[in-house]
Design a protein around this ligand. Structure first.
Ligand code: NCD
Length: 372
């Protein structure tokens, strides 16, 4: 089985450090790496719009001397004819050496990674995870702040649907002295699994507030995000919330001189363009660092031997469908309903694919199989 990077925690802290070191070296000495993926092929299959992620992966592969096959949208792929994600992954495995996919279905990356015979990278699965944006974010923090420890991190905007937010919180929760200030309208707060299984389990200090201006003086880092229009069920809710936060020079007046401003981009209206000239604005550098981190990741995965099998959580298989309408298991009917145990004491199970909570207790499910 090939390695799959589905979630940022699929990479250890040591691996993240190594990737940042390699990416920094690639920036300093690009020639040294210019041919190291010669003869190798990267496939990018993107079923949602993307500029940075897809092009930075493709640019990364070209800078390593490799070549690229690309499906830039769903309508030009067999998915439009109804092909399953696992079939797509199996087929791509015969055409390329490494496979990158973006798909609107939450948990689709888990399914693709399982079926792929070549290393697989999640480039965004619906509103769930986006681990390689976190690689760009981490390199930016390392380059601009010099550390991950002892930071007060403000994350502002759409924390509910913003997949980059979920992966970033997961990554930074592994460092000591990190505190989060989560700034959003109430209905766009972080999902339950991020709160319970990351922040609470690891005892990470966090506050939730709607107040950007009041939070500003405390922050070492401000991560702005776009309100994710495409994930709203009702457009009127998007219209009501879309301009909740607009960072401008006046609001920045309260910020520390060495605070850094990140944004995964694209920005819609969240950061006034006047802020671009402020030395604290790092979002364009962040997009460039993303290319180097993707280069480092491609190189690492192509050079790795077969990964060791990871310990599996306890799981159950049953006939209760996942409650999340955006979960891959809703559309790929052949997928079994499998839930993993995330909290033994309270018997909390979450969907193996998208991490939504199973609302029933296993004891109340008639037809159930325990795995592991
Ligand atoms: C983000 C994404 O796709 O989740 N963009 C990106 O990959 N750089 C953020 C967003 O679309 O708002």
């Amino acid at each position: 089985m090939a390695r799959s990077i589905n979630d940022i925690v699929d990479l250890s802290v040591k691996e993240l450090d190594d990737l940042i070191d390699v990416a920094s070296d690639m920036m300093k000495d690009p020639q040294k790496y210019a041919k190291c993926c010669e003869g190798k092929v990267l496939a990018t299959v993107f079923f949602e719009p993307s500029t940075r992620t897809r092009l930075s992966f493709e640019s990364a592969m070209y800078h390593l001397g490799g070549s690229v096959l690309s499906v830039p949208n769903e309508s030009s792929s067999s998915s439009a004819k109804g092909e399953s994600v696992s079939d797509t992954a199996r087929v791509i495995s015969g055409y390329a050496d490494i496979f990158v996919m973006r798909n609107p279905k939450e948990g689709s990356s888990y399914v693709a990674g399982k079926a792929s015979l070549i290393p697989f990278i999640n480039a965004g699965d619906g509103g769930h995870n986006h681990p390689t944006q976190t690689l760009a974010d981490l390199m930016t923090i390392k380059m601009e702040k010099g550390r991950f420890n002892d930071l007060t991190v403000g994350i502002c905007g759409d924390l509910r649907y913003g997949r980059t937010v979920h992966s970033l919180i997961n990554a930074l929760s592994r460092y000591s002295g990190v505190k989060f200030i989560l700034i959003s309208p109430q209905e766009l707060g972080i999902p339950d699994y991020v709160r319970r299984e990351i922040l609470e389990v690891y005892d990470i200090p966090y506050e939730e507030t709607e107040d950007l201006v009041g939070s500003m003086p405390k922050l070492d880092l401000l991560y702005m995000t776009r309100i994710q229009r495409e994930r709203f069920e009702f457009p009127e809710n998007y219209d009501r919330l879309k301009d909740s936060y607009i960072l401008d020079m006046e609001k920045l007046g309260n910020a520390k001189d060495d605070m850094i401003i990140l944004h995964p981009l694209p920005r819609v209206n969240e950061i006034s363009i006047k802020v671009d000239e402020d030395p604290r604005a790092c979002y364009f550098k962040q997009a460039l660092y993303g290319r180097y981190m993707r280069q480092a990741l491609i190189l690492k995965l192509l050079n790795e031997k077969e990964p060791e099998a990871k310990a599996r959580p306890k799981m159950i298989r049953c006939d209760i469908p996942c409650k999340n309408q955006r979960c891959i298991s809703q559309t790929e009917q052949e997928l079994e309903h499998v839930y993993k145990l995330v909290n033994e004491e309270h018997q909390i199970y979450r969907c193996l694919y998208c991490e939504s909570k199973l609302m029933m207790k296993p004891a109340d499910i008639a037809d159930i199989e325990y795995i592991g």
